[in-house]
Design a protein around this ligand. Structure first.
Ligand SMILES: C[S@@+](CC[C@H](N)C(=O)[O-])C[C@H]1O[C@@H](n2cnc3c(N)ncnc32)[C@H](O)[C@@H]1O
Length: 314
């Protein structure tokens, strides 16, 4: 089995909060190294788990890692984008689910494989695709997207203060010759950030790389579409657990969950709220769940992780 070193974040907390019914139908939307899938499957008797990943490497690894669970038909792997949740599940005869877990973002192997172009620490062709068959990659975004689109993604998805300067520097550099590698891009980004600011707030390319990665994989669009489908497919008492790693993802999940669990605007002075106006969902925890101290010591990625859970109540 090829090595796939990913330490699962909020493993027990996410699965515990799904309140798994041993005979239920579950989905792991983000299989990765299979940590959540393995634990969830161990709680099933006659239940079934469908595990999604769009990355071939994750699917290949788990054919071995989850071999027993696959052979006993407790788990099946689906190589697909989780934005196609409903269609992919309908194709295998599943119309409704009792729970789903999302552990968003990239896995450590994706980040640490120098050749995939996710990291500013390794020199590699500009790529950043989670799905190796997708056509849009970071090279296209950096070399072909307009100045305005670059500025928009850097500012919106990277929350980069120097978005305009960086977009301008990219535009200037690519007029000379195409930008091909991560290190070329890092140098361009560095050159656009004022000297004083380069020394604060982590690696100067961190925010821009996050922004380009989110754009290449349309990460926020996929989460929004998928969550809506998951909410629609959820059985009563079923739960959705989502682990996010940055404020944009978390805000999206928080807002969607809030909309689903709130009462609609009602005329003031209604003595009783009519039953059909009650929300169909409730928040399992008002505040997000964070990693405990022990996990924070063991795993750097856990520091930015937040877990939110919603339950269908009717
Ligand atoms: C943080 S890792 C998940 C780790 C996993 N929970 C574990 O225990 O090892 C995220 C995984 O989700 C996958 N992924 C991210 N966005 C996806 C999407 N839109 N559709 C399908 N898979 C996606 C990535 O390819 C990656 O393997």
């Amino acid at each position: 089995m090829t090595e796939f070193k990913h330490i699962t974040v909020l493993l027990d907390e996410a699965i515990e909060n799904l309140a798994v019914q041993p005979t239920g139908t579950y989905v792991d939307a983000t299989l990765g190294g299979g940590g959540h899938s393995k634990l969830l499957a161990s709680e099933l008797t006659t239940g079934k788990l469908w595990s999604f990943d769009q990355d071939q490497t994750a699917i290949d690894y788990n054919q071995e890692h989850l071999k027993n669970e696959i052979e006993t038909n407790k788990v099946s792997l689906i190589q697909n984008n989780f934005r196609n949740l409903t269609t992919a599940l309908n194709e295998v005869g599943v119309q409704s689910i009792d729970g789903i877990v999302y552990d968003l973002g990239v896995s450590s192997p994706q980040f640490d494989d120098g050749q995939r172009g996710f990291s500013y620490n390794y020199d590699a062709p500009l790529d950043m695709r989670m799905n190796q068959k997708q056509t849009l990659n970071a090279r296209t975004v950096v070399n072909e997207w307009s100045f305005n689109d670059l500025m928009r993604i850097l500012s919106r998805y990277g929350e980069e203060k120097f978005a305009k300067r960086i977009a301008r520097a990219i535009e200037r550099a690519r007029m000379e010759q195409p930008i091909e590698t991560t290190f070329e891009l890092v140098d361009i980004i560095k050159s656009a950030i004022p000297m004083g600011a380069r020394r604060t707030g982590g690696h100067p390319a961190k925010k821009s790389f996050q922004a380009i990665r989110i754009a290449v994989n349309d990460e926020l669009g996929a989460v929004e579409e998928s969550l809506q489908q998951a909410l629609d497919m959820l059985n009563v008492n079923g739960r959705i657990a989502v682990i996010t790693f940055h404020s944009l993802e978390d805000r999206l999940v928080k807002t969607m969950f809030k909309e689903k669990t709130q009462l609609p605007d009602l005329p003031s002075g209604l003595p009783v709220i009519p039953d059909e106006m009650q929300p169909d969902f409730k928040l399992v925890n008002r505040k997000p769940i964070y990693a405990n101290e022990h996990e924070l010591e063991e795993n750097r990625r856990a520091h930015s992780a937040k877990l939110r859970i919603i339950e269908r109540i009717r």
